[in-house]
Design a protein around this ligand. Structure first.
Ligand SMILES: Cc1ncc(COP(=O)(O)O)c(C=O)c1O
Length: 496
């Protein structure tokens, strides 16, 4: 048996439970899609064409379009990645300016590279309690809407489930005739189910107030010009499936379509398109149940863990998206990575990602009660373990965890524009020798892939320190190389 297939079957037959994407959770009941090979065709007669749709694909797209209340919707079979590339390419002319958050997905950076764009950054707003990027208000964005900005790009929800004020941001962008692109890759489930509002009235977090009563409103109905949804992340659809929605007149639809033809495969998979269509049908007929189930599972987690002494899982007061379970040790004894490793190695629970502070699990309406129970029991056991470690180590500090501290991180200074820098001849040097030199490649923690440094930016003392810290904590650093003995971190810099 070939290796990739063998490993997949091994995983499918193992006890490992997926608290990560895709949203169908490898649960066959949630994706009744039999015989992929029998359905795997190319554009033969009677099956329409994704790049020039007029038949069954057009009808399927229209269903998705109705469901999300967009003016236009297209299927994507190359993930949100090709949606972001197309949206940015269609709204910003070559060499133009895009206003974006530093925490944007790498597809935004790749679009900027391909089109030689200037990325003008919004302030790099971090919630330091959790070490996650914060969402944006219209006030945050207003001062940066200068006349040379061609488009605004925000991510809402963020990877960790924070939502920006899309409605207000769209309004101020439209006053200046600037299109707003919302990367809602993680928000395909938004807008379904009840739109009952959650209680945000008090500062003191009581247990009931931390429960979820709804999912947030979709960016499509909040007035964004282009919205990109990864259907596969939080809905029951296969990996790589996504949607792009277009509203209003500020984004040129013909151009978006042109770039979709460029960035998507010329042999789009019918299996993937059928998977999106099935998912849309499912959400049309049973979307409310799917969301109710998600909210129920999410609230079970809150109820069962709210009293824990060390492990803290923020609820609806902090994290807008109920799919995102941030698990952290408020006593500061364990890092997110350690929690993630224990869950994986001792409990066969595979989470989505780990950072210095949090471990992140994704749940959806396709999770099983049993899976959720396993997570709760494991988290309770880790909580006890932390208590034991704290007892043994009497010098352990009391918790200094500050739940809602917002700070602004510096963005490295840029000496050379991204496109030129990434295309320049480079050389490898040790991280210490990189101080003061221009990066030749991206360095980021993955997932979610927010760059620590972008090609053309200068290695400062803080950046060098941050990279060393990530390495010492064994976080998943991408873009660095290591010397033979693994002791030295090597990075790429532009040749001088
Ligand atoms: C915020 C964000 N945008 C876009 C993408 C790209 O999505 P896809 O994997 O569907 O191409 C991701 C992937 O993780 C993401 O996290």
């Amino acid at each position: 048996m070939p290796e990739i297939y063998r490993e997949l079957i091994k995983l499918a037959e193992s006890d490992s439970y997926p608290f990560h994407m895709p949203g169908h959770k490898r649960n066959e009941i949630s994706t009744p899609f039999e015989g992929a090979f029998r359905c795997d065709i190319t554009e033969i007669d009677g099956f329409d064409n994704l790049h020039d749709e007029s038949g069954i694909i057009l009808e399927a797209q229209q269903r998705a379009n109705r469901l999300y209340c967009a003016e236009e919707t297209y299927f994507l079979v190359n993930g949100s990645t090709c949606g972001v590339l197309s949206a940015v390419s269609a709204t910003v002319p070559k060499g133009g300016v895009i206003l974006a958050a530093r925490g944007s997905h790498k597809a935004l950076y790749h679009a900027a590279y391909l089109r030689d764009l200037e990325i003008r950054y919004l302030p790099y707003k971090i919630n330091s309690g959790y070490d996650i990027p914060e969402a944006y208000t219209a006030e945050d964005i207003m001062p940066f809407l200068s006349s040379d900005v061609d488009a605004v790009f925000i991510t809402s929800p963020t990877y960790e489930g924070k939502c920006s004020e899309v409605h207000e941001i769209a309004k101020i962008c439209h006053e200046k005739k600037i299109p707003l692109i919302v990367d809602a890759a993680h928000g395909a489930h938004f807008g379904f189910g009840d739109m009952e509002s959650k209680d945000n009235g008090s500062d003191s977090v009581s247990y009931e107030q931390d429960l979820y009563t709804r999912v947030p409103e979709s960016a499509v109905t909040q007035g964004a010009d282009i919205v990109i949804h990864s259907v596969h992340k939080t809905l029951p659809s296969m990996t790589q499936t996504a949607l792009i929605h277009i509203n209003g007149e500020l984004a040129d639809r013909a151009l978006v379509k042109r770039y979709l033809r460029i960035y998507q495969s010329s042999s789009p998979s019918y299996v993937l398109m059928a998977s999106i269509d099935r998912c849309m049908e499912e959400m049309e007929s049973r979307g409310r149940d799917y969301i109710d189930r998600l909210l129920h599972l999410r609230n079970v987690i809150t109820k069962e863990t709210i009293e824990l002494k060390n492990i803290y899982i923020p609820g609806s007061k902090v994290i807008d998206d109920p799919c995102k379970i941030l698990i952290l040790d408020a006593s500061g004894t364990m890092t997110g990575q350690q929690i993630y490793d224990i869950l994986r190695e001792e409990y066969a629970l595979q989470l989505e990602m780990a950072g210095q502070v949090i471990a992140l699990a994704i749940i959806t309406g396709s999770d099983s009660e049993d899976g959720i129970k396993r997570l709760i029991e494991a988290v309770k056991a880790i909580d006890k373990k932390i208590e034991g470690i704290k007892d043994k180590n009497s010098s352990a500090e009391a918790s200094s965890f500050d739940r809602e501290k917002i700070l602004y991180r510096d963005i490295p200074s840029q000496k050379i524009k991204l496109t030129k820098a990434w295309d320049s001849p480079r050389e490898q040097v040790s991280i210490d020798a990189a101080l003061g030199r221009c990066a030749g490649d991206f360095i980021n923690l993955y997932p979610p892939g927010i760059p620590i440094i972008v090609p053309g930016e200068v290695f400062s003392k803080d950046i060098v320190k941050e990279i060393k810290t990530c390495r010492s904590k064994e976080l998943n650093l991408q873009g660095c190389l290591y010397s033979r003995d693994s002791k030295e971190i090597l990075v790429e810099v532009i040749k001088e």
